[in-house]
Design a protein around this ligand. Structure first.
Ligand code: 5AD
Ligand code: SF4
Length: 580
């Protein structure tokens, strides 16, 4: 059988990007191939995000479009993976029976089995409909599936085969794996049966699969229950991976040429693994539900011989995998960021001086309603502490900080909004992600707090914060002009990608470069890259554009750290010259 072609589209955060990479590796190993065209796909998968309604709407519209595809190709399988699957449960299939497979983020190791079943189910539904169409004298009433809208009730037979396609467009193969509340069941039992760890452990690592940079998960889930956030419900309780697994994964990635690793966790700095409580199943150490942090520790209270703290983990990776020239981590939770971590970052040259620490608001009243667990003063004290330890522009190692803000949270007043502006001024983020509050069903804020800031007020405040952040970013950026920086080359710039689509000259580049193995079989032609604009990042995650020197091909530069002299800046990027 020809290999099944998969179209996989990812929405949302870095954790989803990593999940998609792991899922792709697993499916590829099982003989699936990948396509960038939905029209060519036998299997369409969306790895979804539920953090804001807007992200979900995009997926609904994709699914709407897929109805026509399924009419044309009824054997096709459509799957919804990730947070939307977990949040909506089987209601999603009821609303959109074009969906055959639902797989929550905690169940992705089961995806191959679900797909297999779904493909077979669709094939037999199809064969059944075909048989019925061919034998009209013996119509067989097709049973309605519980909860699935089977349309106007007409028999597939009555309307012939093309009509039956429409009929069973409304019939889902219904292959579902969701955690439900299992992820919050008794800690040791749930942790003992952590099959998702096998997905991370079986990660296929090959030089063809990356362009020098990789994500590595250290912590999954979240225990914070900020009142606006769906993550604790969709990704479950905070679970920490065994440090050996993490370090070994970093080593394998480094052996395949990765030089930049970003450690991932929703609250990444909560990482802690207590070896005395470790559970082993079938010879494999299992991820562990950590004891919760209860408040503002300067040093992990459980640190010691029997515990690998976040600071210990950073030091271990730095020491044991020296090929990794850049080690970074996202996203940090501001309250529990210890001095021990700051000291480790300061002492280890290959740990990036970059923090992503969302504040969410500059008003204490709003932070309290968000259940963030810190005050503005505590947040700013942390930033001061981090800068005192890590901001050393005089040795070429400034600390850059990025943040997140939610604007228009329930009850946000004009003085609250002014307080957020003041926080932005004080925090001096190199950039911040500013989101309009989006009420999410199932969260405390949705149930208990009226979404009472009118949309036009949200929009106005959002624009004011964006404009202010742009001014701040501009001054942060300008400080780099005149410096020569080490930058990690990620790919050709967007400008070049756009050109590539228009002109065929760089088509090979566009396909192999930024598209993270989306089309891994396409070889880039070696071209002289002179003048091709490359996109790179500083240690502090600031974007740098520079023109590739003559005589090189983009593939010579991508995935490498090179020196660039910065000539000019814009609020969100630097422009410079390659220094040989
Ligand atoms: N509405 C708007 N923004 C949200 N975020 C999380 N939940 C919501 C919501 N319901 C933002 C937070 C978080 C980022 C990932 O998304 O700022 O840090
Ligand atoms: Fe959501 Fe808060 Fe957890 Fe971040 S810390 S994932 S905002 S609940």
């Amino acid at each position: 059988m020809a290999s099944r072609r998969v179209y996989l589209e990812t929405f949302g955060c870095q954790m989803n990007e990593l999940d998609s990479e792991l899922v792709s590796g697993q499916l590829r190993a099982l003989g699936y191939s990948f396509t960038r065209e939905r029209d060519e796909a036998d299997v369409i998968l969306y790895n979804t995000c539920s953090v804001r309604e807007h992200a979900e709407q995009k997926v609904w519209s994709r699914l709407g479009e897929d109805k026509a595809r399924k009419l044309a190709r009824p054997a096709m399988v459509v799957g919804v993976l990730g947070c939307m699957a977990e949040r909506d449960g089987t209601d999603l299939i009821r609303r959109m029976p074009v969906v055959d497979v639902m797989c929550g983020p905690g169940e992705l190791d089961k995806l191959p089995a679900l797909l297999d079943n779904a493909v077979r189910t669709r094939e037999s539904l199809l064969a059944d409909a075909q048989r019925n169409a061919e034998e009209p004298e013996q119509p067989e009433q097709t049973r309605d599936e519980p909860g699935v809208d089977s349309g106007n009730g007409s028999s597939p037979v009555a309307s012939g085969f093309s009509g039956s396609s429409e009929f069973f467009l409304k019939r889902s193969a219904r292959q579902v794996a969701l955690q439900g509340n299992a992820s919050r069941r008794s800690s040791t039992l749930a942790a003992a049966a952590d099959t998702l760890e096998m997905l991370d452990l079986s990660r296929s690592v090959s030089p063809d699969d990356h362009t020098g940079s990789a994500y590595v998960r250290i912590t999954r889930g979240c225990n914070k229950f900020c009142t606006y956030c769906v993550v604790p419900f969709t990704r479950g309780a905070e679970v920490h991976r065994p440090p050996r697994h993490i370090v070994d994964e970093c080593k394998r990635l480094a052996d395949s040429g990765v030089v930049e690793v970003t450690l991932l966790g929703q609250t990444v700095n909560h990482y802690r693994f207590e070896h005395g409580a470790a559970v082993t199943v079938g010879g494999v150490a299992q991820p562990q539900k950590g004891r919760s942090y209860t408040g503002g520790h300067r040093r992990d209270p459980f640190s010691g011989d029997k515990t690998t703290t976040f600071a210990d983990l950073l030091a271990m990776i730095h020491e044991e995998v020296p090929q990794i020239q850049r080690l970074r981590f996202v996203t940090s939770y501001p309250r529990d960021f210890g001095d021990d971590v700051l000291a480790v970052i300061r002492e280890h040259p290959r740990i990036c001086r970059y923090l992503h620490v969302p504040a969410q608001s500059g008003s204490n009243a709003v932070l309290a309603r968000m259940n963030r667990g810190y005050t503005v003063e505590e947040y700013l004290e942390f930033l001061d502490r981090a800068r005192a330890a890590l901001h050393q522009p005089e040795i070429g190692r400034p600390l850059t900080v990025a943040g997140d803000i939610i604007v228009g949270f329930p009850g946000e007043t004009e003085p609250d909004h002014e307080a957020t502006k003041a926080l932005l001024e004080r925090a001096r983020y190199k950039n911040s992600f500013i989101f309009k509050y989006s009420p999410r069903p199932g969260t405390v804020a949705f149930d208990k707090l009226a979404d009472d800031v009118p949309d036009e007020v949200k929009r106005r405040r959002n624009n004011e914060l964006l404009a202010l952040q742009l001014r701040i970013s501009e001054t942060v950026s300008a400080e780099f002009v005149g410096q020569t920086l080490d930058v990690f080359v990620q790919g050709v710039s967007r400008r070049e990608e756009k050109k590539a689509i228009k002109a065929s000259r760089y088509q090979g580049i566009a396909l192999t470069v930024n598209g993270r193995a989306a089309a891994p079989d396409v070889e880039a032609p070696v071209v002289d890259a002179a003048g091709v604009q490359m996109s790179a990042r500083t240690e502090g995650d600031v974007i740098v554009f520079f023109d590739a020197p003559g005589g090189s091909s983009p593939d010579d530069l991508i995935g490498r750290i090179v020196r660039v002299r910065i000539d000019s800046s814009t609020p969100l990027a630097l422009h410079g010259r390659f220094e040989p």
